[in-house]
Design a binder for this molecule. Structure first.
Ligand code: PPS
Length: 570
């Protein structure tokens, strides 16, 4: 490996003395408010983390990357870095126009010279880049349900980096890291990518990887966007800081990477490698199921466990960064140490211990012991602070069903029962109440219904985050919107979807509010179940039948479900 890793990587910022003038000029341009994912991408474009990209991909580069992981000029690049926008925004643009890119507070971070405006084939992108057009994959779900319909491509001129107020001293651009390695005389550096807290096994394997590669170690965790449901980066960084003391001093460093992960397994591993090369690293640890997205909608893994290592190995020479393959470390009780699982020769005579990620979550959720051989007490303490046992966490019960199905009545009964138990504040976000207080300007088009449900989801996720119980009872007819709410809530606590499965015939027969009659007469348009769709929940946590069961019993079924999930104590 040459010392090329110590030289600066090109950045896309405007020269220092021109930035103010550019900013002034940019304030008159049409501007696009970047999404959180686009802000992460822009930061790495501007600071050279995505070198050799010069901006968001134009159509030829995009096609090349999707089809064969190469830019139009043949350069290896596995991930489409695209600026997705809404159709209306794109319709008002012309090729050759310059636009301003703003962060979520309205600060102008860069300008884009729009060279390409194109509609991607999203199904093809999903198949080729993520391996399947299946929205169980978080990036495919994002592609279809969050990303805009049109992509803009073109060169970026950076005006200022995105501002971060948290862990400022721990964030480094590629050139800042290169300068640090130069100063420390680190010519060989092995990077460890992670989106999870580090426990003893990780500490052991990273230390071994560094020894094996005769390199220094860079712990390089992702703090941009990771997989929905992951532990938040604030908690993780405090955990990493607690582990850093465990490495021999001055051999190891940590820096935070503001990357928006896609969970694309093999392609993601190659992408991670290129990003680490740009950050001055010479080696990169690739593990089993690197950046794996979990199971597909058939319950199978999206990628084979070693696909990422295979693809990386195939390209590592061209990439200029070497793979160190991750060993699966397990604890051998008799020798009180971690050892690579496949190197234990006397396995019939020793006790091999391991705690999986799922088992760890269970122990945290149930407040059970986490042994010292598994993790460091300081790490466990941090985790327990942010993830108390389930019985003390907030959660959301989300009722969905036709108008007049009994949602509100059951939700009210549930609220009273939970208030009788005490311990956590309970808030009811009933459909009618929300429409009066939060969504009074909205009607019943798909767009308005989605907005209404996203508002409910936002409030519920805030309540859940702060340890309360949110009970929601809207119709919520669209599965994709319910899924989005689930994701918002599950970042902070449990989400229990309850389908109030009263048939449309029964709701119409009851017609409590007289609305079905009006809907049949065409006096109310877009009425759910009559002249508007309802996606029946496929996998709700609970489905209650109201036709032969009374309200008290339905509410009790929910209580039993909550007990079985450990959310309330029996
Ligand atoms: S949605 O789709 O989730 O946004 O609906 P929601 O906010 O729960 O509001 C449903 C209540 O509004 C009344 N209503 C209608 N429902 C469905 N379709 C149409 N077009 C409509 N117009 C008015 C109806 O009384 C619903 O109350 P519930 O409590 O569900 O019976």
């Amino acid at each position: 490996m040459t010392a090329e890793n110590l030289l600066p990587v090109p950045e896309l910022y405007a020269p220092f003395d021109q930035a103010d003038a550019l900013k002034l000029e940019a304030s008159d341009l049409v501007s696009w408010d970047l999404t959180p994912r686009q802000i992460c991408d822009l930061e790495l474009l501007m600071n050279g983390g995505f070198y050799p990209l010069q901006g968001f991909l134009g159509q030829d580069d995009y096609n090349g990357v999707v089809d064969n992981m190469r830019l139009a000029d043949g350069t290896l690049w596995p991930m489409p870095i695209t600026l997705d926008v809404k159709q209306e925004f794109a319709d008002a643009l012309k090729k050759g126009q310059k636009i301003a890119l703003r962060d979520q507070e309205g600060v102008i971070l860069a300008t884009l010279d729009v060279s390409d405006i194109y509609a991607p084939d999203k199904a093809k992108e999903a198949e080729k880049v993520f391996g399947a057009d299946d929205i169980a994959h978080p990036a495919v779900n994002y592609l279809h349900n969050t990303a805009g319909e049109v992509y803009l491509g073109g060169k970026i001129t950076g005006i200022q980096p995105a501002v971060h107020y948290d862990f400022r001293a721990r964030r480094d651009s590629p050139n800042e890291l290169r300068a640090y390695f130069r100063k420390m005389g680190w010519r060989r550096v092995v990077a460890f990518q992670t989106r999870n807290p580090l426990h003893r096994a990780h500490q052991e394997l990273t230390f071994r990887a560094a020894k094996e590669a005769q390199a220094n170690l860079l712990i390089h965790p992702v703090v941009g966007l990771t997989k929905p449901g992951d532990i938040d980066h604030f908690t993780r960084v405090r955990c990493y800081e607690a582990v850093l003391d465990q490495y021999p001093s001055s051999t190891t460093s940590m820096s935070l990477l503001n990357l928006a992960m896609r969970m694309a397994g093999p392609r993601e591993a190659v992408w991670h490698g290129l990003i680490r090369k740009n950050h001055g690293c010479t080696h990169f640890i690739v593990g089993r199921d690197h950046a794996g997205p979990g199971k597909n909608s058939q319950g199978e893994d999206f990628y084979g466990p070693y696909d990422a290592q295979d693809l990386f190995r195939e390209h590592q020479e061209e990439m200029g960064i070497e793979m160190v393959d991750f060993k699966h470390m397990v604890y051998v009780q008799e020798r009180a140490q971690y050892e690579p699982n496949d190197e234990i020769e006397d396995r019939d005579n020793v006790t091999i211990l391991n705690i999986s990620g799922t088992e760890l979550r269970r122990r945290l959720n149930e407040g059970l012991e986490i042994p010292e051989w598994f993790s460091f007490p300081t790490v466990v303490e941090e985790l327990r602070k942010s993830r108390p046992a389930r019985a003390n966490q907030g959660f959301t019960v989300f009722f969905t069903g036709f108008s007049g199905s009994g949602k509100s009545t059951i939700a009210n009964a549930l609220m009273v029962k939970l208030m009788e138990m005490g311990g956590r504040p309970v808030t009811l976000l009933d459909g009618d109440l929300v429409r009066k207080n939060l969504s009074s300007e909205l009607g019943f088009s798909k767009e308005h219904r989605d907005l209404n449900i996203r508002r409910i989801g936002y409030v519920a996720s805030e309540i859940t985050k702060n340890g309360g119980i949110a009970i929601c009872a809207p119709i919520a007819p669209y599965a994709t919107t319910r899924r989005a709410v689930r994701e918002d809530v599950e970042a902070h606590g449990a989400f229990i979807e309850v389908h109030v499965a009263t048939s449309i015939e029964e709701c119409e027969r009851r017609d409590r509010k007289g609305l079905y009659k009006l809907a049949r007469e065409g006096k109310i348009k877009e009425f759910t179940g009559i002249s508007d769709p309802y996606d029946v929940p496929e996998n709700p946590e609970l489905s209650v039948e109201t036709e032969n069961v009374d309200v008290d019993n339905c509410a009790h079924q929910v209580i039993l479900k909550l007990e079985s999930m450990g959310l309330i104590k029996g």
